[in-house]
Design a binder for this molecule. Structure first.
Ligand code: FAD
Length: 288
C-alpha cells in the first residue's frame, strides 16, 4: 500500500476547514469501501480525512421526523426501535448489509457517498422521502436525496463538501414501508436487485400516497414516479400491484454483468416490487 497522510478533525467545522486546505483529501468514515478500494489498488489517496471524531455526524435525533448523522453505523440503525417501527424499510436494509463486523463499521453516509447503484440504504431512503443535509465552506444546504446520486461513484457533493445528515419526515398514520433484495447467497453479497416501497392509506383504506424505489438496475438508485401515479387513490390489491410491477420493470434499465443478466434483473424487479408493496401494505394496515 502507498503511503498517505491522515487528518483527524474533532468537529464538523474543523473538518470542513481541513478539507478546504487539503482539497485532495478523501473523507474516511467506516472505511469498509474506501480502505478496501485502497488496499486492492483500485483507489489512490493522498490524504485521508477521518470523520470518526465528529460528534455532529454521530447524532440521531427525533423531533418532527428523525435526523440521522452521516456517521451513524448500520448496526445502530438496525437496532433502533424507532427506525424499526417507523422507517422499517431503512432498518431492514441496514440489518442485511454485509456482516456483523461490516455493520459495526459501515456508516449511512459512507453507503450513500460511495454512490454504488446497488447501495442498500438508497432505495429505502428514496422511498421514505429523505433529505440530504450537506455541509461545506459556505455553510449548509439541503437537497432531496433523489437529486444526490449523479452516477456510479458520483454525487451532488461539490469539492469541499461533506454529507452531514439525512432527514426523514415523521410517518403519518396508516403508513408502512418495506425493502426486499435478491442476492444469490444467503448473506454477505451485493444486491442483484433491491426494491423499497412506502405506502400511506387514507381513511377509506385506499392508497393515499405511494413511493417505489429500485436499486442495482440503473446507473443510480431510482424512484419510479409512474408507480406513484398508478397507485394513488386506488384500492390496494394483487392486480394493482402486478400493474405497478410492470411499470417498475419498464422504468428499470438493467445491465448484464457477472452477477446477473439484464433479463433476470428485469424479472426480479417485477417479483420484488409485488413483494415490497404487499409488505408495506401489511404494515400500513397494522398501524391503522
Ligand atoms: C464485506 C463487505 C460487505 C458489504 N456488503 C454490503 C451490502 O450488503 N450492501 C451495501 O450496500 N454495501 C455493502 N458493502 C459496502 C460498504 O460496507 C457500505 O457501502 C458502507 O455503508 C460504506 O460505509 P463506510 O462508512 O464504511 O464508508 P467509507 O468506506 O468510509 O466511505 C465510502 C465513500 O464515501 C465517502 N464518504 C463517507 N462518508 C462521507 C461523508 N459524510 N461525506 C462525504 N463523503 C463521505 C468516502 O470518501 C468514500 O468515498 C460491503 C462492504 C464489505 C467490505
Amino acid at each position: 500500500m502507498k503511503r498517505f497522510g491522515y487528518l483527524a478533525p474533532e468537529s464538523l467545522a474543523e473538518a470542513v476547514a481541513m478539507l478546504a486546505a487539503h482539497p485532495d483529501a478523501t473523507p474516511l468514515a467506516g472505511g469498509t469501501n474506501v480502505l478496501v478500494q485502497v488496499k486492492e489498488g483500485h483507489r489512490d489517496v493522498a490524504t485521508l480525512l477521518s470523520l470518526r471524531r465528529l460528534p455532529e455526524l454521530h447524532q440521531m435525533t427525533y423531533g418532527d421526523g428523525v435526523r440521522i448523522g452521516a456517521g451513524v453505523t448500520m448496526a445502530r440503525i438496525a437496532a433502533d426501535a424507532h427506525i424499526r417501527a417507523d422507517y422499517t424499510a431503512l432498518a431492514t436494509a441496514a440489518a442485511l448489509l454485509g456482516s456483523v463486523q461490516t455493520r459495526n463499521m459501515a456508516t449511512l453516509g459512507g453507503n450513500l457517498c460511495n454512490a454504488s447503484p446497488s447501495a442498500d440504504t438508497a432505495p429505502p431512503l428514496l422511498a421514505l422521502d429523505a433529505i440530504a443535509v450537506i455541509a461545506g465552506p459556505d455553510g449548509e444546504r439541503e437537497i432531496p436525496l433523489a437529486g444526490f446520486f449523479l452516477g456510479p461513484g458520483r454525487t451532488a457533493l461539490a469539492s469541499g463538501e461533506l454529507l452531514r445528515e439525512i432527514v426523514l419526515p415523521a410517518p403519518e398514520p396508516r403508513t408502512g414501508s418495506a425493502y426486499v433484495r435478491h442476492i444469490p447467497r444467503a448473506a454477505m453479497d451485493i444486491s442483484v436487485v433491491g426494491v423499497a416501497a412506502a405506502l400511506r392509506l387514507d381513511e377509506a383504506g385506499r392508497i393515499g400516497a405511494a413511493r417505489l424505489a429500485l436499486g442495482a438496475v440503473a446507473p443510480t438508485p431510482l424512484l419510479v414516479p409512474e408507480v406513484e401515479i398508478l397507485l394513488s387513490g386506488q384500492e390496494p390489491g394483487d392486480a394493482l400491484f402486478a400493474a405497478a410491477a410492470e411499470k417498475a420493470q419498464a422504468t428499470a434499465q438493467p445491465l448484464s454483468d457477472v452477477r446477473a443478466s439484464a433479463e433476470f434483473r428485469r424479472h426480479l424487479v417485477g417479483v420484488l416490487t409485488r413483494r415490497a408493496l404487499r409488505a408495506a401494505l401489511a404494515q400500513a394496515n397494522g398501524r391503522g
